[in-house]
Design a protein around this ligand. Structure first.
Ligand code: HEC
Length: 293
């Protein structure tokens, strides 16, 4: 009886593990290549020109499907971000139509955006987005660059702690945009799916959004999918973490302060303990009367 139990248990365990492994293999996506970003490392900062190009990509392409609900137009004038002027940010806002209201008749109405508005979503609600996109929901992009990551496993996570690698979000976004290929033989794509080697499960519901030369750059930057991907991923990283530059600056100042403070403490300690260490009388036991004086 006992033996039977353990055999059954063994089989169940093996079956579960195999099923798990097959599932993992089916879901497994290639590791996104690690790119160099202007904001990598302890002193990296955003490149405003790159963020402006990335914004152009978002606006002309991604914003047709993906919302960016947490970002306001005024954020575009952030000096640690895309660094548009206030006037430019206001002009950009005015090109968007936002829903406002209700007015005196109780109706909602459309008006040009103001600098204080957040980015209007492309679809009024989730159902409308799904209905338009074959049942798939394009995720909001406000924190996408922080919400997506890739597990490299050991020993990467140990090394990453030292190299301060935290760009897996933008690496993943860039990889998705450049990862459209023909499916390998035998891979059955579900209807409406596209093959993407970096998307978990490989069948992505997003049609390939970018192709070479699609968006015009006026500053001579190459108009390739690779470059578009880098720029829009950098922009989305900024959207998800607008205070990154300030955070690194403050961290550096704190380190400098701590180093100076450690030096001061060391010399203070030497001074305070000098008498104790050099005056042997002080180390002798005292009588109660001596204490009183
Ligand atoms: C035609 C509509 C459409 C456009 C345009 C579009 N997307 Fe998507 N996107 C989708 C949909 C739908 C999904 C969800 C796919 C799924 O779940 O299979 C998606 C998913 C994604 C994902 C994967 C998110 C995840 O969950 O891991 C990324 C990254 C992404 N989009 C980035 C972009 C970027 C960057 C742009 C602009 C260059 C863009 N998309 C343009 C519809 C679109």
């Amino acid at each position: 009886m006992k033996i039977h139990h353990s055999i059954i248990l063994g089989f169940t365990l093996a079956a579960t593990l195999t099923a798990g492994a097959t599932l993992a293999a089916a879901q497994e996506a290639d590791a996104p290549p690690r790119l160099h970003w202007s904001f990598s490392g302890p002193f990296g900062t955003y490149d405003p020109e790159q963020l402006q190009r990335g914004f152009k990509i978002y606006r002309e392409v991604c914003s047709n499907c993906h919302s960016l609900k947490l970002l306001s137009f005024r954020n575009l004038a952030d000096p640690d971000g895309p660094a548009f002027t206030e006037a430019q940010a206001a002009a950009i806002a005015a090109t968007f139509q936002v829903t406002d209201g209700p007015n005196d008749q109780g109706q909602m109405f459309q008006r040009p955006g103001k600098i204080s508005d957040t980015f209007p979503p492309p679809f009024p609600n989730e159902q409308a987005a799904r209905a338009a996109l074959g049942g798939k929901l394009p995720p909001d992009m406000s924190d996408l660059a922080k919400a997506r990551s890739y597990e490299w496993g050991f020993p990467w996570f140990v090394l990453d702690a030292f190299t301060m690698y935290q760009e897996d979000g933008p690496d993943y976004i860039h990889a998705i945009l450049t990862g459209y290929t023909d499916p390998p033989p035998g891979f059955v794509l579900p209807p409406g799916g596209q093959y993407n080697k970096f998307f978990p499960g490989h069948a992505i519901g997003m049609p390939k959004p970018l192709s070479d030369g699609q968006v015009e750059y006026t500053d001579g930057t190459p108009t390739t999918v690779d470059q578009y991907g880098r720029d829009v991923a950098a922009f989305l990283m900024w959207a998800a973490e607008p205070k990154l530059d300030a955070r690194k600056r403050l961290g550096f100042q704190v380190m400098i302060f701590l180093i100076v403070f450690t030096g001061l403490l060391y010399f203070t300690k030497k001074k305070v303990w000098y008498a104790v260490l050099h005056d042997s009388d002080l180390l002798k036991p005292r009588t109660p009367t001596e204490y009183k004086s």
